[in-house]
Design a binder for this molecule. Structure first.
Ligand SMILES: *[C@@H]1O[C@H](CO)[C@@H](O)[C@H](O)[C@H]1NC(C)=O
Ligand SMILES: *[C@@H]1O[C@H](CO)[C@@H](O)[C@H](O)[C@H]1NC(C)=O
Length: 373
């Protein structure tokens, strides 16, 4: 508690100079720093490129939105977000009254009391699938390391309070399933049901371990985004040479995962006292926008703004040495690149996650989860 000692020393000096103002100095210089941390609800973010706000920008080798045209709408430069602007955790942090979270690898990260973003592009739950990315398991390891640093920053008691009030937000497993198609599409093989079920079982068992790890470290409030409608991704349609709106096989896999995941969370709720959660039905929300784009104000909801090939589904956006096209008004588009929504679309998802009704986010929306004790 180095800071409070310094503050006290400062007060002592000032007291000698102006004894009558002691009360005011105490009020001004001592209480704000303490009550600040006390009234904060940090946000810790885990997952893949839909949530990455710079991890791979600072630490990625073969992944990361490093180049034009990423970031142009909002930041006017590429800042590591796979979007023309902000990603969902940016909007959620804003709604929660927090600044944009720092990615764990950011050189600016000194204060852990707002929370931290660990999400990294390309990340999978199953560590062996994409070894060059930061798997969920590694993100959890970084989180454990961060807990120690938070304790150094504010002391053990205060850190424990912050950890139990915090919201832990996840978008995971999409890449684990996409990977199944990548491997097999190239060989033009169908994927057996037993293989799909085995993959799902391993993902869910690993997620159980990670959720329990955070719970043991004090976490109580969890927010999950369901796996999206994978078959509607321009990248998947390109990969499978699919010509319709959404390819059925990836859709079914995402649906199978999502219902098993909800069942898992119900089970965890009965096992872990005080465990609270929000589940946002991102699958349905994104699916509806693909199907009825104009209802949501999108002129184009199937072809990506940036990329090449059918639906701009060939993931060439930002890649040096490839020719790709970029639309002139990303706000008209649902998809910025072949797998990631635009800033405008992310704003819509975030509004639903934050304050949507029980048909979209259940049993609580994030706003209610945030306010919960
Ligand atoms: C987690 O996934 C790995 C593969 O990455 C698997 O070998 C392991 O059995 C899974 N862990 C659990 C607890 O199921
Ligand atoms: C994949 O297999 C299907 C039939 O099983 C065939 O019609 C199609 O041409 C094959 N595609 C490639 C790229 O080999």
């Amino acid at each position: 508690m180095r800071t409070s000692t310094t503050t006290k020393a400062k007060i002592r000096i000032k007291t000698r100079m102006f004894p009558s103002t002691l009360f005011f100095i105490t009020l001004l210089s001592l209480s704000p720093s303490l009550s600040n941390a006390e009234h904060k609800t940090p946000l810790f973010v885990f997952g893949d490129s839909l949530y990455d706000n710079g991890m791979t920008f600072y630490g990625g080798k073969n992944v990361g939105a490093h180049n034009w045209p990423y970031g142009q709408t909002y930041f006017q430069r590429a800042v590591g977000r796979y979007s023309d602007g902000r990603v969902i955790p940016d909007f959620i942090a804003e709604n929660a009254g927090l600044p944009f979270l720092e990615p764990y690898f950011s050189p600016r990260l000194k204060d852990f009391t707002n929370g931290v973003n660990f999400a990294s592009a390309g990340s999978c739950v199953l560590v062996e699938l994409r070894p060059h990315t930061i798997s969920l398991a590694r993100q959890i390891d970084y989180f454990k390391e961060m807990v120690q640093r938070l304790k150094q920053q504010v002391g053990v008691t205060e850190a424990n309070k912050l950890l139990s009030k915090a919201v832990y937000m996840f978008n995971v497993a999409g890449n684990d399933y996409v990977n199944l198609f990548e491997k097999n599409a190239k060989k033009n093989r169908t994927i057996s049901n037993s293989r799909k079920k085995l993959r799902m079982r391993m993902i869910l068992d690993n997620l159980t371990v990670h959720i329990k790890t955070i719970y043991k470290l004090g976490g109580r409030k969890f927010a999950f985004q369901k796996v999206g409608p994978l078959g509607c991704l321009p990248s998947i349609k390109y990969m499978l040479s699919y010509k319709g709106v959404c390819a059925p096989e990836p859709q079914d896999l995402a649906k199978m995962h999502n219902s098993a995941f909800v069942a898992l969370i119900w089970k965890l709720e009965t096992q872990l006292p005080g465990f609270k959660y929000s589940i946002y039905d991102f699958y349905t929300s994104l699916h509806l926008r693909v199907l009825y784009g104009s209802t949501y104000g999108f002129k184009e909801s199937q072809t990506a703004c940036c990329g090449s090939g059918p639906y701009n589904g060939d993931f060439t956006c930002q890649k040096k040495g490839f020719s790709f096209s970029v639309c002139s008004n990303p706000n008209d588009y649902l998809w910025f690149d072949s797998a990631h929504p635009t800033d405008r679309a992310n704003q819509g998802f975030s509004d639903e996650f934050w304050s949507g009704g029980p048909d979209l986010v259940a049993p609580y929306n994030l706003q209610t989860l945030y306010a919960a004790n």
